[in-house]
Design a protein around this ligand. Structure first.
Ligand code: 3PG
Length: 331
């Protein structure tokens, strides 16, 4: 009688994955229109190569076609604000995981990722200090009249409102304490005790935050609920000489209403790390009280690139080797 040994089905699968990994190195693609610092890329490469995978780089790409071609044989993808939509996922036939090296993942079509059986993750907290430092930097620049040589004001003793008390908001609070600001925060998802423990005064509506504070720093994510939510009615609550600092997303601002508000309220200033669609018009209309960085700079530090980039690479390795989905955002 012939003896045939059957590998149990699950074991068979595991064996196949094992041999596929050995025979064909998995490709980890870093696709960043705005590249990481070289030192961060070196760190990502170390993690990827030590795990036995191959790192492929697509930096500063200028056409979508380049991205579509690069993802074609990628097993895993690391991105920043790069758009991963259905078209990209259709083109990425081998893709198992995409990690947004950063906090906001509004640039990934989560439903399409799920439909393509692709795990999507972010790296929360890894670049938050960098963004918070920039928020304070923009604040100083605005209250010093964009460094135009005239007398400005100080942050000491001013009321700061933190709109959303997540990783970035908490870092803003930590730094603003050093400036001696009086700090308030509104976050529907954060218990009061967390803010109180940090020495922050919790408020219970956006309207209350905007009517209380001289400066508001925005840290809300771009979601269907928040898009366009910073509008004329909300801004109208702010006191004379108020300042809005946006290091979050441009989509949360209702631009037409912001422009209308700024035309009426000639005391109001807006500084942002995310250039509005109406940048040109706003420069012409509000030269001395409007500023936008030419490219999103909040997370653009060597430290943030290293933290977020290496975290992304480690999360990919941990997922491919151990199935760890801790930071998955399309569960
Ligand atoms: C984030 O969501 O982490 C920040 O907006 C940083 O985005 P960036 O990686 O495109 O600079």
């Amino acid at each position: 009688m012939e003896h045939v040994y059957h590998i149990p089905e699950q074991k068979e699968k595991e064996t196949m994955v094992f041999y596929t990994t050995i025979l064909k190195k998995m490709k980890i693609l870093v696709a960043t229109e705005k590249p990481f610092a070289p030192v961060a890329v070196d760190g990502i490469r170390d993690v990827v190569e030590q795990a036995g995978y191959q790192l492929v780089l697509l930096e500063k790409y200028i056409s979508r076609q380049q991205l579509l071609e690069a993802v074609a044989d990628a097993d895993a993808l690391i991105i920043r604000s790069d758009n991963v939509d259905k078209e990209v996922l259709d083109a990425a036939k081998n893709l198992k995981i995409v990690v947004r090296a950063g906090a906001g993942y509004d640039n990934i079509d989560l439903a399409a990722a799920t439909a393509h059986n692709v795990v999507a993750m972010n790296t929360p907290g890894q670049n938050s200090n960098a963004v918070a430092e920039l928020a304070l930097g923009l604040m100083v620049m605005a209250v010093r009249n964009m460094y135009d040589g005239t007398s400005g004001t100080e942050l000491l003793g001013k009321k700061l409102g933190i709109h959303a008390y997540g990783n970035v908001g908490r870092n803003v609070a930590r730094i603003a304490k050093g400036f001696g600001m009086d700090i308030y925060a509104y976050d529907a998802y954060c218990p009061d005790e967390v803010m109180i423990n940090d020495g922050i005064t919790p408020v219970h509506s956006a309207e209350q935050l905007y009517s209380t504070c001289d400066v508001v720093s925005l840290h809300i994510p771009a979601t269907p609920a928040t898009k366009g939510s910073i509008n004329y009615a909300l801004l109208s609550n702010m006191p004379q000489g108020a300042l809005l600092v946006n290091t979050a997303r441009k989509e949360v601002i209702n631009e037409d209403e912001l422009i209308r508000f700024m035309q009426e309220r000639t005391d109001f200033r807006y500084v942002t790390d995310i250039m509005p669609a109406a940048d040109q018009k706003m420069q012409e209309l509000f030269a001395e009280r409007y500023f936008a960085t030419p490219k999103k700079m909040g997370a653009q530090t060597a430290e943030a690139n290293i933290n977020a980039g290496i975290a992304a690479a480690k999360q990919i390795v941990d997922f491919l080797q151990n199935g760890n989905t801790r930071f998955q955002v399309n569960k």
